[in-house]
Design a protein around this ligand. Structure first.
Ligand SMILES: [Zn+2]
Length: 264
């Protein structure tokens, strides 16, 4: 780090050196902002993919519910048909017994046939009750199916709208990030190689924050107080300083003149 500072200090007149370092610091800080934005864009892209997956599974859930109730309706309708068939068989039985009664000669046979008919009629009554119940159940299930179908369609519309919105937002955002990537390439040409190397090492070692903003004798990289003399030199901007606590490059956004006005 000291080497870097010395490099920047060496050469022509004092003002040019100072301006050179300030400019380099500004470039580094811009580079860091872009690097953070690019990193965030990757996280946002992952979030977008997760959101689409979540919406898709919500939609799948509605489709499953809808399919389950449809199956229930089908099962009830099948049961209804079975009851109707059973009823028809009972009615045939009853008719056959009635036909048989025409040829009956004895009271005993007649009474037996009567008994048979009344037990068939009982079975018919029971079957008819069952049919009424199942028809009600079919009607209810149809309502449930309609509601489930509507929910499915609404979920489908929600899915499409949200996906489209997210895609548009992501596309605009990524287009902006692409512009920033291009600006980054241009920045890299302007930054001195030794400054860039220092930045890259710190960026890696310090969780993506190589350049820490400093203000009012505080380092924002680690929230620790900076010795006043170092801080003042950082504000003057004629020497490269790193934070004595977190080793990040200290950067003050305000100019020394602003600082003078502030303290005045
Ligand atoms: Zn610090």
């Amino acid at each position: 780090m000291a080497g870097t500072a010395t490099d920047c200090m060496s050469g022509g007149n004092e003002q040019a050196k100072e301006a050179g370092l300030k400019k380099q610091m500004e470039l580094l800080y811009r580079l860091q902002t872009i690097d953070s934005n690019i990193k965030r864009s990757e996280a946002l892209q992952r979030q977008f993919e997760e959101e689409v997956t979540r919406l898709q599974s919500e939609l799948d859930g509605e489709a499953e519910k809808s399919s389950a109730v449809r199956q229930e309706v089908d099962a009830l309708a099948k049961k209804h048909r079975e009851h109707e068939t059973a009823l028809k068989i009972l009615e045939d039985q009853k008719r056959k017994v009635q036909e048989k009664m025409m040829a009956i000669k004895t009271n005993k046979e007649y009474a037996a046939a009567q008994h048979e008919i009344s037990s068939i009629e009982q079975a018919i009554g029971k079957k008819e009750d069952e049919i009424i119940l199942i028809m009600d159940a079919v009607e209810n299930a149809k309502d449930v199916t309609a509601a489930a179908e509507e929910a499915l369609q609404a979920a489908g519309r929600r899915f499409d709208a949200k996906k489209q919105q997210a895609e548009t937002e992501l596309r605009d955002y990524l287009a902006d990030i692409e512009k920033q990537r291009q600006a980054r390439e241009a920045l890299l040409q302007e930054i001195k190689p030794d400054m860039l190397k220092t930045y890259q090492q710190l960026h890696k070692a310090r969780n993506g924050v190589a350049v820490a903003l400093a203000d009012k004798e505080y380092c924002f990289g680690c929230s620790m107080k900076i010795p006043p003399q170092i801080y003042n030199e950082v504000v003057q901007g004629d020497q490269l300083h790193t934070c004595p606590h977190c080793r990040r490059i200290l950067y003050v956004e305000r100019s020394a003149a602003d600082e003078g006005q502030q303290s005045a």
